[in-house]
Design a protein around this ligand. Structure first.
Ligand SMILES: [Zn+2]
Ligand SMILES: [Zn+2]
Length: 217
């Protein structure tokens, strides 16, 4: 049975952004299409390759991009890679956890061109060492780095410090109206996340804090 649900987030004369939620962890994949050239990219490969391939129909896929290497984001990777024959892009630190070696190593500042659209890579370690976000105009594809109400899950106090640094130095320096499209659940906006974080950072926190942290609790 398909667990698929989808939502057309943007559909104007320049671009289409479709969110497709798949798998037991309700992971979001995003299909981004340049309307002028019909070139496309798929961001993350959670599950159900057939569903994702269906969403790419009528476009010319250019790349398969990964925000990070966790299994809930890569379950359909092998099948998609085999079918699409497009370069796989990921951060070098995630490559060791992937069954397929990325042809495209994505690091801070890498720019990916999809027709008339450009995606810029931000290296945002914390959830994993090679977690990355992709900035495209007013949108940020955030992977598991920032969610509505809190940062992504971290696995050590050091990881938590890293994710806070990534969020405050790389994401909070973007225009406040930037919409963050995360790897799970609903989107948020930089301004709202900044306001929530301010409440968190104004209170004294345990030094060994990590895990599933919410800004407001
Ligand atoms: Zn993850
Ligand atoms: Zn995830």
């Amino acid at each position: 049975m398909s667990t698929y649900s989808g939502e057309n987030l943007v559909n104007n004369d320049k671009m289409q952004i479709e969110k497709i939620t798949l798998g037991p962890y309700e992971t979001n994949a995003y299909v981004i299409v340049c309307q002028e050239t019909k070139q496309s990219v798929l961001m993350d490969a959670p599950a159900e390759a057939e569903t994702l391939l269906e969403k790419l129909k009528g476009t010319t896929p250019q790349y398969l991009l990964l925000t990070h290497s966790h299994p809930d984001h890569t379950g359909a990777l092998a099948k998609l890679k085999e079918t699409l024959h497009v370069p796989l892009g990921a951060h070098p630190e995630e490559a060791k956890n992937l069954s397929i070696t990325p042809e495209l190593m994505l690091t801070e500042g890498t720019v990916i061109t999809v027709g008339k659209l450009q995606l810029e890579v931000l290296h945002t370690p914390g959830h994993t060492g090679g977690s990355i976000c992709f900035k495209m105009g007013d949108f940020l594809f955030g992977g598991d780095t920032l969610f509505p109400g809190g940062p992504g899950k971290t696995f050590s106090p050091k990881g938590f410090q890293q994710i806070i640094e990534s969020i405050t130095q790389k994401i909070f320096t973007l225009p406040e109206e930037t919409m963050v499209l995360p790897g799970h659940g609903d989107s948020t906006v930089v301004k709202k996340a900044q306001e929530e974080y301010l409440v968190f950072s104004s209170k004294k926190q345990r030094e060994d804090l990590y895990g599933d942290v919410l800004w407001l609790s």
